[in-house]
Ligand binder design. Structure first.
Ligand SMILES: *Cc1c(COP(=O)(O)O)cnc(C)c1O
Length: 385
């Protein structure tokens, strides 16, 4: 197949999402012959020394990138972030305390699903913050939250970046009762900015947004939490953190190829200057796009409160200049024009509508600049009428 027929596209998908081009090129170059084994990584036994080496290097690089403390375990699991909504309930609700409830902050579609699953499994949850009534637009004041007092709380749960609604916490959630583990869904913003892992008990992330291919799910867990299983809810083996940790993520066959490609992404991140360099770039990208939205005289509107605007997923509406209301017609026109310019996957989530541009680590600033240029061009055609 000829190599040079692929044309450039800009992929703003929320996930599975854009990958760094050098990573895809390296994976392609090694596809049929990894490290002179005359085999593809996907043909290697997960018990082989070759794969063990890949797994060890991948973990080492991740630990370097995130400065993961020694008392945290890195687990590769399956079933996506969604399976973690269940897994954390089974694993964190028991010993050493008699936990009566878990506190949940509901700030968008994903944290809503997480608490729904905990309730379905029959444990007691307290929704200590819920922005449903304001359509998850980041009307959040963490200082007003009343948490369950320490000995009775199993954990405090929140989603750091709500991928659908574009709501992101500007910093690690503060003022949580000190001895209660903080549990966080970082599926769509892990590796995008520096943060202190030691503030969390458990962090999880599906790979397909900001890590690598779908199929691998990353879990970081403080090791004292490996022994907290619910006393009566029997945890399925595939969701058992302690079992996964004891078997070095290989109780059964792990998603070997997805882990390998994630490892290539970690190498790429290190070459780029690590997380501080990504943070700087991501900040610049997000500022460029939000500035274009906010300076459009109401043609483009982002509904999210400024402090909680996501740097990874930017949702906005295209509004009719005469009514000031979101216009499905203008949004359709905007998306069609984008498609013609090879700017893809800009349609907002079906539950929110409008436009959403995802700007993960792999999206270069050029991808934001072409979008902003197109927005200006589009504004000129609308204003002419
Ligand atoms: C995509 C996403 C999920 C669900 O991930 P799956 O891997 O599809 O289960 C959960 N939380 C957040 C924040 C997400 O972005």
């Amino acid at each position: 197949m000829p190599q040079n027929t692929t044309t450039t596209v800009w992929n703003y998908s929320a996930g599975p999402a854009i990958m760094p081009k050098p990573v895809l090129q390296k994976a392609a170059a090694e596809l049929v012959n990894w490290n002179n084994t005359a085999m593809s990584v996907m043909e290697l036994s997960h018990r082989s020394p070759e794969f063990e080496q890949i797994l060890a290097t991948t973990e080492h690089n991740l630990r370097t990138l995130l400065a993961i403390p020694h008392n945290y375990r890195v687990l590769w699991m399956q079933g996506g972030a969604t399976s973690q909504f269940s897994a954390l309930v089974y694993n964190l609700f028991g010993h050493p305390h008699e936990h009566v409830a878990a506190d949940y902050l509901v700030t968008g579609a994903w944290s809503a699903k997480a608490v729904q699953e905990a309730n379905r499994l029959g444990v007691k949850t307290n929704v200590v913050l819920d922005t449903t009534a304001s359509n998850h637009t980041g009307s959040i004041d963490p200082t007003t939250i009343h948490y369950t007092p320490a000995p009775n709380a199993a954990y405090v749960y929140y989603c750091d970046n709500e991928t659908v609604h574009g709501v992101e916490f500007p910093a690690v959630l503060a003022n949580v009762p000190a001895s209660v583990p903080l549990v966080c869904d970082m599926s769509s913003n892990i590796l995008s900015r520096t943060f202190d892992v030691s503030k969390f008990g458990l962090i999880f992330a599906g790979a397909q947004k900001n890590i690598g291919p779908a199929g691998a799910t990353l879990v970081l867990i403080r090791d004292d939490l490996l022994d907290r299983k619910h006393p009566t809810l029997v945890c399925p083996v595939m969701m058992d953190y302690a079992l996964c940790a004891k078997n070095n993520s290989m109780y059964n066959t792990p998603p070997t190829y997805a882990i390998y490609v994630s490892g290539l992404v970690f190498e790429w991140l290190l070459q780029q200057g690590g997380i501080p360099a990504m943070e700087k770039r991501n900040k610049e990208k997000a500022e460029t796009l939000y500035t274009a939205i906010d300076s459009s005289n109401g043609l483009f509107v982002c509904p999210v409160a400024k402090t909680y605007r996501s740097r990874m997923n930017v949702p906005f509406r295209v509004c009719d200049p005469t009514t000031g209301q979101p216009s499905n017609d203008l949004e359709k026109r905007f998306l069609n024009g984008a498609q013609e310019r090879r700017m893809l996957q800009l349609k907002g989530h079906r539950s929110v509508g409008g436009i959403r541009a995802s700007l993960y680590n792999a999206m270069p600033i050029e991808g934001v600049n072409v979008l902003v240029d197109y927005m200006r061009e589009f504004a000129a055609t609308v204003n002419k009428k």
